[in-house]
Design a protein around this ligand. Structure first.
Ligand SMILES: *[C@@H]1O[C@H](CO)[C@@H](O)[C@H](O)[C@H]1NC(C)=O
Ligand SMILES: *[C@@H]1O[C@H](CO)[C@@H](O)[C@H](O)[C@H]1NC(C)=O
Length: 324
């Protein structure tokens, strides 16, 4: 118990000290302390408990320019987490250009479910290792992936899997995970119904951008864009990339994906908001002039009108270093 109290004290001191988050050595130190003093994270309500109002507040105050995504995510996750007996795992497919907040939203979801947030041992991020690989290695990857999902869900039903760059994933691996996403009550004695799968991809990003641009050119408010304006874009036909079309169609056909979530391209004003939040997160006094400066130095497209940020909010974090 002593160790726990000491840990708590150090944790509070470190967390309270705003400087901490600015320098990664401190962050590493904090992680080290967590490892040494923290009791083992367990698969129960001490470590896993959904905070609906927390997620709502986070989406409201930290995610910018995504009124559609924000609404769907809150509804989907809240509904799923309050269901004691879900019929299938929650499967979300997030689509949009880079830097629009897909990764960020996954972290917000994790933060409001797991006490340790994205660092939780029940949150698994799967990425480039799943890309096209040598055929010879494919069978190994496939077996590993299956084992990884099965093993982790066996030890904790409330596990979360985030698949980054889903559109570049080997189509064969998609077939591998498909059985986990369905309505089976059990597979090999394991139930996957309480797990959460989140797929991130740029697929469909171009069409979403085109719709947003059309609205802008018509002088319509961005907030007037409705899910139905984008829904057909996210259907199979819109996917020109051969691979992304493949995974997409095979998941759609079987109704395995519960929600397709579009992320709109970000405008100048959103980038400014991102910069302000980032400064606050670092314990700096948010300075609109600095935020403006950071936003001004980004590239916007299309060239003639310069409406949307090419990088979204992605490089803000790194760029702020040059201004503050
Ligand atoms: C839920 O989140 C809100 C907002 O972040 C926070 O104030 C509150 O303490 C959280 N509740 C729990 C039970 O963690
Ligand atoms: C669970 O996932 C982690 C990676 O996120 C992996 O290292 C580990 O082997 C998995 N556990 C099981 C039992 O498969």
């Amino acid at each position: 118990m002593k160790a726990l109290q000491l840990y708590m004290l150090l944790h509070i001191i470190l967390t309270a000290s705003v400087v901490v988050n600015t320098f990664s050595p401190f962050q590493d130190f904090k992680n080290l302390l967590r490892k040494i003093f923290n009791p083992e994270e367990s698969c129960d309500s001490t470590w896993i408990s959904f905070n609906a109002s927390g997620l709502e507040a986070d989406l409201e105050s930290k995610l910018f320019g995504q009124h559609i995504a924000s609404g769907i995510i809150l509804k989907a996750v809240s509904g799923f987490m309050s269901d004691e007996n879900p019929k299938k795992p929650l499967v979300l497919s997030l689509h949009g250009r880079t830097g629009t907040g897909k990764n960020f939203v996954s972290k917000l979801i994790a933060k409001n479910i797991y006490k340790n947030g994205e660092d939780s041992s029940f949150v698994h991020v799967l990425t480039s290792e799943l890309h096209y690989s040598h055929q010879s290695k494919f069978d190994i990857y496939k077996a590993e992936l299956q084992q990884r999902i099965k093993g982790n869900v066996t030890s904790c039903a409330r596990s979360m899997f985030i698949f980054d760059e889903m559109d570049q994933m080997h189509p064969g691996l998609i077939d591998t995970i498909k059985p986990f996403l369905g309505y089976h009550s059990k597979l090999d004695g394991v139930s996957y119904r309480k797990a959460i799968f989140i797929f991130l991809s740029n697929a469909g990003g171009e069409s979403i951008t085109q719709t947003a641009l059309d609205f802008w050119r018509n002088g319509q408010d961005r907030e007037e864009i409705r899910l139905k304006d984008l829904e057909t874009l996210l259907s199979v036909s819109a996917f020109n990339n051969k691979n992304s079309g493949l995974w997409h169609s095979s998941l759609i056909d079987k109704n395995l994906v519960d929600f397709f979530v579009p992320f709109l391209p970000l405008e100048y004003r959103h980038v400014v908001q991102c910069a302000m939040v980032e400064m606050r997160a670092r314990g700096l006094q948010p300075d609109l002039n600095v935020a403006d400066q950071v936003a001004k130095d980004l590239i916007y497209f299309p060239k003639s009108e310069e409406v949307f940020s090419a990088q979204g909010c992605k490089t803000i974090c790194r760029r702020l270093h040059n201004y503050t």
